[in-house]
Design a protein around this ligand. Structure first.
Ligand code: NAP
Length: 257
């Protein structure tokens, strides 16, 4: 995946006075707050809500989206994804280039953040490149119901296996454990089933949504899937535009508990 992007002028639209945004301001807008625990979720969607084109997100993305997307991962302690995204999007861990390495060093972050993948064992084979090609060992977040042989195979392939919950993955417990391990700035990069489950668990602090200037129609899924929620209010924290693309940061109220 091409994580580096060259963009035309990015405009800050709201709140406050509209103005051009330089790289330093963009980095400051997209850095994680001082809170030792912050879970930001990144998605790109078409204007009619599609989360993929031909099964992948690449057709929806563009340089402006990739720019904020790379800030999300460059400034995080850990990247969080579901097993579907890890396999469908052919994840291979994080392999920082010079700019990312410089940015991470400047922010006092570890050189290479681990990727944490949520799976009950059905969709994440132990030889997935997201495990075998990772520089920093991938964390597989699973439940007690995952077959012991699968857990052992993940570990043998180089993963660190984190068991949270018995029948299903207990996502609040998993997030607590990441925070406990010093990985509190969490950049979730999808997909829709994991996002739906994180929303139901009430552990999401921020949604970073790129609205791509495309209409897709068809049967594409949308960014959150699951049992459904009582409609949840969002607060728009910042709205940027690059050409016809909108980049919105929304804040959510975390469930207490
Ligand atoms: N537009 C974008 O920004 C974007 C971003 C990411 C992905 N996508 C697209 O989304 C699609 C993939 O969607 P998806 O919903 O299948 O991806 P996903 O949410 O990444 O993966 C779903 C899988 O994650 C595991 N999982 C999720 N929630 C869990 C929970 N609460 N407990 C235990 N395991 C859980 C399960 O794996 P097991 O089956 O192993 O238990 C589940 O099958 C692809 O087309 C991809 O291109 C788009």
């Amino acid at each position: 995946m091409d994580r580096k992007a060259v963009v035309r002028a990015m405009r800050y639209i709201w709140p406050g006075e509209p103005h051009d945004v330089d790289d330093a301001e963009l980095e400051s807008l997209y850095r994680y707050p001082a809170d030792p625990r912050w879970l930001a979720v990144n998605f790109v969607s078409s204007a009619d809500g599609a989360v993929e084109i031909d099964g992948r997100s690449a057709g929806l993305s563009n340089p402006a989206d990739r720019k904020v997307y790379e800030l999300g991962s460059d400034l995080a302690d850990v990247l969080l994804i579901g097993a579907g995204t890890a396999t469908i999007e052919d994840w291979r861990g994080v392999h920082p280039d010079e700019e990312t390495a410089e940015r991470r060093e400047r922010h006092g972050l570890s050189p290479v953040p681990p990727v944490a993948i949520v799976s009950t064992g059905r969709s994440l084979p132990p030889d997935a490149p997201a495990i075998t090609e990772a520089v920093t060992p991938t964390i597989v977040i699973t439940s007690g119901s995952a077959p012991p042989a699968t857990r052992q195979a993940w570990a043998d392939a180089g993963a660190s296996v984190l068991v949270a919950g018995d029948e299903t993955v207990d996502l609040p417990a998993a997030v607590d454990e990441l925070v406990h391990r010093g990985l509190g700035r969490i950049d979730c990069e999808g997909g829709p089933r994991l996002f739906g489950a994180l929303l139901a668990a009430g552990v999401v602090d921020e949604l970073r949504l790129t609205i791509s200037p495309l209409l897709v129609s068809g049967a594409a899924e949308r960014i959150a899937l699951g049992a459904g929620l009582d409609p949840t209010a969002l607060r728009a924290e910042s709205v940027l535009a690059e050409g016809d693309t909108l980049l919105v940061r929304y804040l959510l109220a975390r469930k207490q508990g």
